[in-house]
Ligand binder design. Structure first.
Ligand SMILES: Cc1cc2nc3c(=O)[nH]c(=O)nc-3n(C[C@H](O)[C@H](O)[C@H](O)COP(=O)(O)O)c2cc1C
Length: 199
């Protein structure tokens, strides 16, 4: 099974990337035979969507096609999304515009939000409301919020992160894997040709 983990921070060496790497390791512990594609939008800078994308010049040639192919191959997604200004990051929104070829369509997605303080609820509300219409991503009905993210260190979080978070993460990752494998047959009956965009 193929899973993509996308860190949508706009900073290099971000907390979101650190969290993504930890989740990636945890996924392998839960299921060995996984093919994982990791995308760090702080490292791989994708320009804002523009009509230029159609030309397939520059980054929209091989570089984007490789990303698009990896996403298309994926059976499920984890989006690690820091809270920026009470919103999901612009780079996460941009990726939804760029994925215009059904890369995410009718596949399960898990939102993991990140905050250095007590935030983290807004990116979830933002993405759950405003990302699925044309991508047809299916956010699973669980999400994870990692507050005080600098202290996030599974097994020894310290005082500001509750110890039950590790069990919750294990449960939610297991759930995502179950959705990812069980939703595969659904995609055979999807008519993207006539109904590519949502209402
Ligand atoms: C531009 C910007 C806006 C931010 N806005 C918020 C916010 O609204 N709420 C919040 O809890 N944290 C906010 N933060 C702090 C982030 O939660 C913190 O920097 C976190 O580590 C970001 O994750 P990252 O390292 O993956 O980029 C903001 C940070 C940046 C850089």
């Amino acid at each position: 099974m193929n899973i993509s983990i996308i860190s949508t921070s706009q900073r290099q060496d971000s907390q979101s990337k650190r969290v993504s790497d930890i989740l990636q390791k945890r996924l392998f512990e839960l299921q060995e035979n996984l093919d994982l594609f990791s995308l760090d939008l702080g490292e791989t800078i994708l320009p804002l969507w523009s009509p230029e994308k159609k030309s397939e010049n520059g980054i929209w040639g091989d570089a984007w096609k490789k990303i698009s192919k990896n996403l298309s191959k994926s059976d499920g997604f984890i989006f690690v999304v820091p809270e920026y200004g009470g919103m999901a990051t612009p780079s996460s929104k941009n990726l939804f515009l760029l994925c215009g070829e059904g890369e995410l369509t009718h596949k399960p997605g898990l939102i993991v939000s990140v905050s250095s303080g007590q935030g983290g609820a807004y990116p979830i509300a933002d993405l759950r409301s405003f990302s699925y219409k044309n991508t047809h991503i299916m956010w699973i009905p669980e999400n994870i919020i990692i507050r005080n993210v600098e202290s996030f260190n599974p097994g020894s979080h310290g005082e500001v992160i509750p110890s039950w978070l590790d069990k919750r993460i294990e449960y939610t990752l297991t759930l995502l894997l179950a959705y990812s494998s069980n939703m595969k047959p659904l995609r055979k009956i999807i008519n993207r040709k006539d109904f590519g965009n949502g209402m």
